[in-house]
Design a protein around this ligand. Structure first.
Ligand code: ADP
Ligand code: ZN
Length: 690
């Protein structure tokens, strides 16, 4: 495995394997079939991308989403791995070019959709293909949640190339789907690798859906710059929430199936490129998003089952850094789902699934245990990283409370929903109470001393424990049952938990510093490079790599190369700029005067030529040019025309009329037919005040 480890560092920037990656790769290199079940963010791609480098021929990757392919291929190319995709979004010539590259064996990985396999007939031979990877393999099964009819035909691949190893990958755990995948791909003997579904870096929390907007505002105030997704049930609530968040000063957009295709891809792209911080979405959003720095996911409404919940929170923290999943729980959502299910097929299964997510939301013990148990995985110890572990419920004798509530329900002839019952207990004087003479009841006002939301908490617990019923089919009225009577008239005990006081509630620890951190500066540099290269920022380096740079503060290229995620190729392209920022910070800390820009400016004022400045500062020309552009923009006296000609400026200016300029240099470079160097474009832009 020596060369495999070397390739891991050289091409992917990592020192060691995660989970079962090593075994899986070993298995594949021995030409054996495999089925890999690993949670989202677990690192599935590496399991076929790394062997692809060692196989003599091509690794063909089947993937359901055209949108995802470009991202994956961009990521590979950024690491210096020759890769391409082949799909219906390309014109005939581009497709021919790719086939040509395959026959010349100049690419290692080719991504394609099942629908496009017909066009690849000529290369579907062992002489070209060394390995087939079927990504998102659950799409083949109608048991799964994203069934794609076109996946059904994939069985032919193994039949026509039996000696070529096949690896199927998915994050869907259930057994029926697993068996289905093996059968349909005709790889019954494949080795099955199942990794833990525990996403330790994601903090799990559930809150009652009271004043959600306020709660979200507080949540965001603690993490003002972090990217996240809020899932809502309805289109309308995505729009309302996005606009509320805009009013709070966050960049948020609504995303739902009612928007046209173009708008949706624009929103998705803005999110991937860190231009939009928050997306408020219906469940249609997120499939195929590889963005590794999503830091939190909020469920504005309770998801309809645990699979969806798990999949959706899984979009947070793919880089392994601390992330949050926050779910709001309300009876209104449960009721709405029940109404949906009443009209649907398969009712029993769906009710059972709804019950399981409700149990999760109402859990009184470690939530992660409840979650993983659903997938058949058992944690030995409490996780310590969920709201229940941080604030373990404190049980108390709730008999008197239960008696008061049950008696109020009985005295209203079981004709009122939870809100009215609480109003009666608290002695409210609103219209409904007075109209119906509830202020005359014996129970009126017997619970004055308990806050509204605490009553709500207690009554919901009573419902969950079965000492009160809720009639979903009758306006959600509360009803008494045989247990209620035992509480009233016999010595049936009721244990309730104390509501958590938000003022003393323990929350997950967030590290924060007031000063602009090195991480922040590195993030800015990443953003600048991403714009210039027209890449999503996380493909330059992900948050985990930046965090490590911040912690390690590498001094030179060699030290830089030891950072996780720094590949040979990326070091060649970006090391200088990143090292620069790191060193600047160090110098700033040593209180040395004069920024790197000012040093360049001093040399410029002394009349040194560009080459001389580069030499004296030991920096590359591109760096010095960007200094000059910045100095000019900051109002320093620089004669830009000494470095870029009027003719070049005119060309750039013309190009700007043709394209939509959003900060990337590449489109300009291409619009001019590659004739003007990047550095000069940068100077021309400064000259043009862009
Ligand atoms: P999946 O496809 O399973 O959802 P990915 O393949 O996209 O996950 O990997 C998730 C993240 O983990 C990526 O940013 C990837 O670069 C990173 N990663 C994968 N393998 C390793 C490893 N051995 N060490 C560190 N990071 C890794
Ligand atoms: Zn826990």
């Amino acid at each position: 495995m020596q060369s495999t480890l070397q390739n891991l560092k050289h091409y992917f920037g990592y020192e060691s394997f995660r989970l079962q990656q090593e075994e899986i790769i070993h298995n594949l290199l021995n030409k054996k079939d495999a089925l890999v079940i690993m949670p989202t963010g677990g690192g599935k791609s590496l399991c076929f991308q790394l062997p692809a480098l060692e196989f003599p021929g091509l690794t063909l990757v089947i993937s359901p989403l055209i949108a995802l392919m470009k991202d994956q291929v961009d990521g590979l190319q950024a690491n210096g791995i020759p890769a391409a995709f082949y799909n219906s979004s390309q014109d005939f010539e581009t497709q021919q070019e790719i086939l040509e590259q395959v026959s010349q064996k100049s690419i290692k990985l080719l991504y394609t959709a099942p629908e496009s396999l017909a066009g690849l007939q000529d290369i579907l031979k062992p002489s070209y293909i060394s390995c087939v990877a079927v990504d998102e393999a659950h799409c083949i099964s109608s048991w799964g949640h994203d069934f794609r009819p076109s996946y059904k035909q994939l069985g032919f691949l193994k039949k026509s190339m039996p000696e070529v190893p096949m690896i199927a990958l998915t994050a869907t755990a259930d057994k029926a789907t697993r068996v289905d995948i093996l059968n349909q791909l005709t790889i019954p003997k494949a080795e099955v690798f199942i990794s833990s579904f525990n996403r330790e870096n994601i903090f799990l929390g559930v809150k009652m859906a009271n004043k959600r907007l306020q709660q979200i505002e507080k949540f965001l105030a603690r993490r003002p710059d972090e990217a996240g997704i809020v899932y809502c049930l309805s289109r309308k609530s995505t729009e309302k929430l996005a606009s509320d968040l805009n009013n709070f000063g966050y960049q948020a957009e609504a995303y739902h199936a009612g928007l046209d295709h173009e708008t949706r891809s624009q929103i998705q792209e803005n999110f991937i490129f860190d231009k939009t911080q928050i997306v408020c979405a219906t469940i249609a959003f997120g499939m195929g998003i590889d963005k590794s720095n999503v830091r939190w996911v909020i469920h504005y409404n309770m998801p309809k089952n645990i699979e969806s919940y798990y999949q959706e929170i899984g979009r947070a923290g793919r880089d392994g850094l601390p992330s949050q999943g926050l779910m709001f729980h309300s009876y209104a959502d449960v009721i709405q789902y029940r109404n949906f299910i009443d009209d649907a097929a398969n009712q029993d299964v769906q009710y059972a699934k709804l019950d399981r997510i409700k149990q999760f939301a109402e859990a009184k013990s470690c939530r992660r245990k409840v979650l993983l148990a659903y997938f058949g995985e058992y944690l030995e110890e409490d996780c310590g990283h969920c709201d229940i572990c941080l604030n373990p419920p404190q049980f108390m004798d709730g008999k008197i409370y239960a008696q008061k509530a049950i008696s109020a329900v009985a005295r209203t002839q079981q004709n009122e929903p939870i809100g009215v019952i609480i109003d009666i207990l608290r002695g409210a004087k609103n219209q409904r109470i007075l109209e119906r003479n509830y202020d005359q009841l014996k129970t009126y006002g017997v619970g004055k001393d308990i806050a509204w939301r605490d009553w709500q908490h207690y009554i919901l617990e009573m419902i969950n424990q079965g000492v009160l019923d809720i009639a979903f089919h009758d306006a959600n009225k509360l009803k008494v049952n045989s247990l209620s009577k035992k509480v009233l008239f016999h010595d049936y005990q009721v244990a309730l938990t104390k509501p958590v006081d938000p003022k003393v509630e323990k929350r997950e620890v967030l590290k924060k510093s007031k000063k602009k951190s090195l991480f922040e500066s590195l993030r800015q540099l990443r953003m600048q490079i991403a714009r210039e290269e027209d890449l999503p920022p996380y493909l330059v380096f992900n948050d985990a790599s930046l965090k490590e740079m911040e912690a390690q503060r590498p001094k030179d290229l060699n030290a830089f190369l030891t950072i996780s995620g720094v590949t040979q190729r990326k070091a060649e392209r970006f090391a200088e700029e990143f090292l620069n920022v790191i060193n600047q910070q160090k110098k700033r800390q040593k209180k040395s005067k004069g920024s790197t820009y000012l040093k360049t400016f001093e040399l410029y004022q002394e009349g040194l030529s560009l080459a001389e400045i580069c030499k004296s500062r030991g920096l590359k020309e591109t760096t010095i040019i960007s200094h000059l552009a910045k100095l000019y923009q900051d109002g320093k006296k620089i004669s830009l025309l000494d470095f870029v000609s009027q003719n070049e400026i005119d060309q750039v200016s013309e190009a700007l009329n043709e394209i939509k300029y959003e900060g990337a240099l590449k489109p300009i470079h291409e619009a001019i037919g590659g004739q003007v160097q990047y550095g000069k474009i940068r100077l021309a832009l400064a000259y043009l005040n862009m």
